[in-house]
Design a protein around this ligand. Structure first.
Ligand SMILES: [Zn+2]
Length: 334
């Protein structure tokens, strides 16, 4: 049976919508800027309105809604534990709130975990039993597949690779630790290394961009165009990326590593750069690990993939629905 799934990818800067069939065919794409939400209720209302609009525009009534979100999510319980880039508050019963608004089953998952699931169903993970998805963006995150199953951890927070320490004497990270992967590589790390190397004033390429507008991608662009200072910064960033990836290889012994996120668009510098450095970083522990760049379509299909995976390996909504049924039954028998 072919299902229609309406997927939302909610990030700090944009909200993407995809109406897709379970065979991976996308019928509608839409993108809006993420508004400033003062409460989770506002986000529920926005998604509810967007759902209503898609239904009336396309005449297709989705069978399920799937929301992937930048934040700590407990998919099994349908709860957003925290999402500092979207709204404050903790332990928000998001699936239940949205189900009440739209009267359909709602799936929710962390965005990086969802992309890992999409790699398994639609991407290069099809043939890998064990693999890591790593997203290199402003921050760093990821997901883990072990024996063909996503590993979510006890609270749904597994795969926070960005907070793996790679230099205990390094700079302080937003999480409170020192020398985390994401402050040593990724977008934040790139800007910090540029500052430490004083590269902004020395680089002919970067000098054209005012400091307040400067983003990590400018430094990658500069390196791609051959600017020596940018290359110096990016070499250091990719060295750090390779340290993090080597740690993941030593912990998980995966068949493959899929790399996505904005920084991976500099494929030659980042993907090839990590692959080149990995054997020497692993030293005597070196082994064959394939490194792939995650395709954009794999990211777009991630909300759908969450629903398809759940059909195969029921876990989260199932657990929550059973709990709610029990609560209702116990209320009635009081
Ligand atoms: Zn950290």
């Amino acid at each position: 049976m072919i299902l229609d799934v309406l997927g939302f990818d909610i990030g700090g800067s944009k909200i993407s919508l995809f109406l897709s069939e379970s065979n991976g065919k996308i019928h509608k794409r839409m993108k809006i800027r993420t508004p400033i939400f003062s409460s989770p209720e506002e986000m529920v209302e926005l998604i509810g309105t967007m759902t209503d609009n898609v239904e009336s525009e396309t005449g297709r009534v989705p069978d399920a809604i799937s929301v992937v979100i930048a934040g700590a999510v407990d998919a099994r319980k349908g709860i957003i534990r925290s999402s500092p880039n979207l709204f404050g508050g903790m332990e928000i019963e998001f699936s239940r709130m949205l189900e009440e608004r739209i009267g359909k089953i709602v799936y929710i998952e962390n965005d990086a975990t969802a992309t890992a699931i999409s790699e398994k169903i639609f991407g290069n993970g099809k043939v890998a039993n064990n693999f890591i998805y790593l997203t290199l963006s402003t921050g760093i995150g990821g997901g883990v597949f072990i024996n063909n199953r996503i590993y979510r951890g006890s609270t749904g927070m597994a795969g926070e690779f960005g907070h793996m320490v790679i230099d205990p004497l390094g700079p302080q990270c937003g999480c409170g630790r020192r020398g985390c992967f994401e402050i040593m590589a990724g977008g934040k790390g790139t800007l910090r290394i540029m500052e430490a190397m004083n590269a902004h004033s020395k680089s002919l390429y970067l000098r054209k961009i005012s400091p307040e507008k400067l983003e990590a991608r400018h430094i990658f662009d500069g390196a791609e165009e051959g600017d020596k200072e940018c290359i110096r910064v990016i070499n250091k960033v990719v060295d750090n990326m390779a340290v993090g990836v080597a740690n993941l290889v030593n912990i998980f012994d995966p068949d493959a590593i899929m790399i996505g996120g904005g920084l991976s668009n500099s494929t030659e510098l980042v993907i090839d750069g990590i692959a080149e450095r990995l054997p020497s970083e692993l030293k005597t522990m070196k082994r064959n690990v394939e490194i792939f760049k995650t395709n954009q379509i794999t990211v777009e299909l991630s909300p759908l993939a969450v629903v398809l995976y759940e059909k195969e390996v029921p876990s989260f909504n199932y657990e929550r629905i059973i709990r709610e049924m029990r609560e209702k039954i116990s209320e009635k028998t009081k």
